[in-house]
Design a protein around this ligand. Structure first.
Ligand code: PHE
Ligand code: ZN
Length: 883
């Protein structure tokens, strides 16, 4: 158990480690409840450390210490100090020495899934961020880099496959075949959070890759027996990622083997351990019958993400956990670029921006708001957030926008050259771009330290006689926790002006400067751009390609939106205009319904949408994005205060129905014409056609007619791929009734033996806005296939209910909150990391109307009052309740 209230760790307190570890020799004897770890460390005082001689402090938690020896001499109890979290040797030698430690851990009993644990009988490890200290005593910090040699020993029947980082060295049997072992060596120095081992009875598929310098790399993906055929897509994605990183960034792989292991119990999506990526199996396993297109796409991008970490994260790692965005933001940026290159750039940008707004903008607008580089934390696991990942990626993207592609690449090259093999900081990263480009990024650095989403309040004034257009931009920087006031940001702002015919007007500033690519820099709180030779009143197209993670407000009218949606040369902004227009319409409907009146508003929007979606020459995938109305959460975020989720749902349904009716003929044509006649293929074009067809189905069934329902039921029953089947299942579950029950029963019976696919069944029920959902979800928590110790089950059922069912989670009677609070408390005793994440669903509670707000506060206070909270949950709940 941890001590009472842990103190926050602060960035400004960073000190270099007093001791370095050059070499780690591990000998691990796997056993279900008593796994033995023998560790031999080659340690030396750090010449760069200050304040020596210093004690040697090793982290260690949940460990049984059996032996400890320094330079081969066993230490007695008085030679060191042992607490629940640390082992300290007061006066170690002033020159290099070896330390040998034997510890025991219990993988079977490890429900926190950090350190060594068992998932479905497979031994696996998870060390990021601070799991290595649950394996052995060690300076568990990312700036201590060592080479590792690892021997794993196990029962050959229980664990025929034995894997660790690096290259295989040797394997053999001992004790007359009762045990066997494998030895692995990783020549690349790495921090201990990248250590991994796996032991289990696993099947695998193999392939190989020839690197750009002609070296051969053996690739393998390990999965449960019988699931081999579902790993092909992941393997294909891996090879494409390896090629892409060579071509786009000149980065080559650096070991003889690359292994991926899929396990079913995993706290996150996947982990980039050097040469041995460990994945949540839902992000590896896919076949047309079991996985949706979204999952296929997700697998592709996560496989790429973890692979890309080999350079951004592993070869160059983080000095401390405050620098997390240095590897995560950058690697998300890289995986987004990869997907954009593999698929459609515009559609990818739309998907990424949607995700950013849903998760990061919401996070940044509430009590959990924090800078891309936080300045303090209690539990680092709580900082694997949308802000660090998605906003972190946007910050890198802005650097590229400001420098241009070529200078950006030069900056990246310099970063790889200068910091390879090091544990780096954000400052060092930025410095590389300044050095490569000569551009001053000092103001830009504020993006790393100031939290909150900037708002660009814009106005356009046109002077008919002078033929000038003035664009005024004000940066409004809302206060966030701990940051009441802010300095203006350096913002790349990409803009265009559309003439009446929809064509771009050449941008010429009154200084005479041409703004060829439409990119202007905002650096002041208020700025005005005066454009000359503007023949008629233009329509502004702002924040093209989403050039910065900001909100833009400008007063446009219906005609302006219609023009942007139909004709903007920036396809991303056509979608953005459609989305903004829809949200504006929805906000208006909510306001009218809230006043107790009725409205048929939305006709104009529907008409514009019809024109936009039928414009010639657009990809089906892009049309599908246009047809996906903003979510209820999007509307809530824009409304921002006194939010009533029930009203938003009503407005949303009403607009969907209106669009379904107004565009009925168009949608029916899409639905008919796009039916798949060829065998399933996961490629972007085929997926795009399915997406458009399903988006049309959503709107058509929103009309609520008998024929529509029949069409939906049929869509479910004749579906030949999971994309169609799951889409229909969700829609049916939303509607409820006989057809829904029939489909749910069918789905359950078909997939009850598949622990990955059955999660769709849990989630479909949890997201239904029907009043009976809470009861149902409660009942499902005792379903034999549900388990609080399996994070994927928790996420599918409780996570979906809390984060993707705004009306039922936010029931005015508070029962949704009470249920989630109880689950969080139950989970906290099992897996604090997952418990804290579930609790995150409350992050927008302060924006609710007063009745719900009071109910949510009550639920949060109940959690806060509970003794024995983990530091994870305690940190989140106290931030939520702080004024
Ligand atoms: N580093 C992993 C990634 O983003 C995420 C992760 C964090 C996994 C912590 C496990 C634990 O690629
Ligand atoms: Zn990552």
């Amino acid at each position: 158990m941890k001590p009472e209230t842990p103190r926050p760790i602060r960035l400004k307190d960073y000190r270099p480690p007093a001791y370095l570890v050059d070499k780690v020799d591990l000998d691990v004897a796997l056993d279900p409840t008593r796994t033995r770890i023998r560790s031999r460390l080659s340690i030396r005082p750090n010449p760069d450390a200050t304040g020596r001689p210093a004690p040697l402090r090793l982290n260690g938690e949940h460990l049984e210490l059996a032996e400890i020896a320094l330079n081969r001499k066993p230490l007695g109890k008085k030679d060191y100090k042992l607490t629940d979290t640390e082992l300290t040797i007061a006066k170690p030698p002033a020159k290099p020495f070896t330390l040998e430690i034997v510890t025991y851990v219990n993988p079977e009993g490890n429900t926190a899934l950090q350190g060594i644990y068992r998932s479905n009988g497979v031994y696996c490890s998870q060390c990021e961020a601070e799991g290595f200290r649950r394996i052995t005593y060690f300076p568990d910090r990312p700036d201590v880099l060592a080479t590792y040699k690892v021997r794993i020993e196990a029962d050959p029947e229980e664990a025929p496959v034995l894997l660790s980082n690096g290259n295989p060295v040797e394997r053999g049997t001992i004790k007359g075949g009762k045990r066997h072992y494998a030895i692995w060596h990783d020549p690349h120095p790495k921090p201990c959070y990248l250590f991994a081992l796996v032991g289990g009875d696993l099947a695998s598929i193999a392939s190989s890759f020839r690197t750009m310098s002609g070296r051969n790399v053996d690739l393998a993906i390990y999965v449960e027996h019988g699931k081999e055929d579902r790993a092909a897509w992941a393997m294909d994605s891996l090879k494409r990622s390896m090629r892409w990183d060579e071509e786009r960034f000149g980065r080559e792989y650096d070991l003889d083997v690359f292994n991926i292991v899929a396990v079913s119990d995993f706290n996150m999506g996947a982990m980039e351990n050097k040469g041995l990526n460990i994945f949540n199996d839902r992000l590896i396993l896919a076949s047309p019958e079991t996985a949706t297109d979204t999952i296929f796409e997700h697998i592709e991008s996560v496989v790429a993400h973890e692979y890309f970490h080999n350079w951004t994260g592993n070869r160059i790692t983080c000095r401390d956990w405050f620098q997390l965005c240095l590897k995560e933001g950058l690697t998300v940026f890289r995986d987004q670029e990869f997907t954009g290159d593999e698929r459609s750039k515009t559609v990818q940008r739309i998907i990424d921006v949607r995700k950013l707004k849903t998760h990061q903008f919401a996070e940044d607008a509430g009590p959990l708001s924090h800078p891309v580089r936080p300045e303090s934390y209690i539990e680092i696991n709580n900082f694997y957030t949308a802000t660090v990942y998605e906003k972190g990626a946007e910050v890198v993207r802005m650097i590229e926008q400001l420098l241009g592609a070529e200078k950006f690449r030069q900056g990246m090259d310099l970063y790889f050259e200068r910091h390879d093999g090091e544990a780096a900081t954000v400052e060092q990263f930025i410095q590389c771009f300044e050095d490569a480009s000569g551009i001053d990024l000092s103001q830009f650095r504020l993006w790393y330290s100031q939290s909150g989403t900037p708002e660009l309040v814009c106005a356009l004034k046109y002077d008919k006689t002078k033929k000038t257009a003035e664009l005024e931009v004000e940066q409004v920087l809302p206060p966030t926790p701990g940051q009441p006031t802010k300095k203006p940001f350096h913002i790349p702002f990409k803009i265009g002006l559309l003439g009446a015919n929809g064509h771009d007007i050449d941008l010429r500033l009154d200084s005479g400067e041409e703004v060829a690519d439409g990119m202007v820099s905002l650096t002041k709180r208020r700025q005005t751009f005066r454009f000359t030779d503007v023949p008629s009143r233009p329509v502004p197209s702002l924040l093209r390609d989403f050039s910065a993670p900001v909100n833009v407000t400008i007063d446009l009218d219906d005609d302006d939106y219609e023009l942007l949606m139909a004709a903007d040369s920036d396809l991303f902004n056509r979608w953005q205009a459609a989305s903004t227009y829809a949200i504006r319409t929805l906000v208006e409907i909510v306001r009218i319904l809230g006043a107790g009146k009725t409205t048929s508003r939305g006709q104009r929007y529907a008409k514009s949408l019809r024109a936009a979606v039928t414009t010639d020459g657009l990809d089906p995938a892009y049309r599908a994005e246009l047809l996906k109305l903003p979510t209820q959460a999007d509307v809530a975020r824009v409304i921002g205060k006194n939010v009533d989720p029930a009203l938003i749902l009503r407005a949303h349904k009403q607009l969907q129905r209106l669009v379904g009716r107004t565009l009925g003929d168009v949608l029916e044509d899409f639905y008919k014409d796009l039916a798949d006649k060829s065998p399933f293929s996961p490629d972007a074009d085929s997926a795009g056609r399915r997406a458009l067809r399903n988006a049309a189905l959503t709107l058509l069934t929103a009309r609520g007619g008998k024929r529509d329902l029949a069409m939906l039921a049929k869509h479910y029953s004749i579906a030949t791929c999971m994309t169609d089947r799951a889409h229909a299942l969700y829609l049916l579950a939303n509607i409820g009734g006989k057809e829904a029950e029939r489909a749910l029963t069918h789905f359950h019976d078909q997939w009850k033996h598949d622990h990955v696919v059955i999660d769709t069944w849990f989630a479909a029920q949890a997201q239904s806005p029907r009043a009976s959902t809470l009861k149902r979800v409660e009942t499902l928590t005792s379903h034999p296939l549900f388990s609080l110790t399996a994070p994927n089950k928790v996420r599918a059922l409780i996570g979906t209910f809390a984060a993707a069912n705004p009306v039922q989670f936010n029931r005015p009677d508070g029962k949704g909150y009470a249920f989630v609070a109880s689950q969080v408390l139950a989970l906290d005793a099992i897996n604090p990391q997952i418990a804290a994440r579930m609790l995150g669903a409350f992050r927008s509670w302060r924006a609710l109307e007063s009745v719900r707000r009071a109910q949510a506060r009550k639920a949060l206070q109940r959690i806060a009052k509970t003794k024995t909270l983990s530091p994870d949950v305690k940190e989140i709940v106290s931030k939520m309740l702080e004024a």
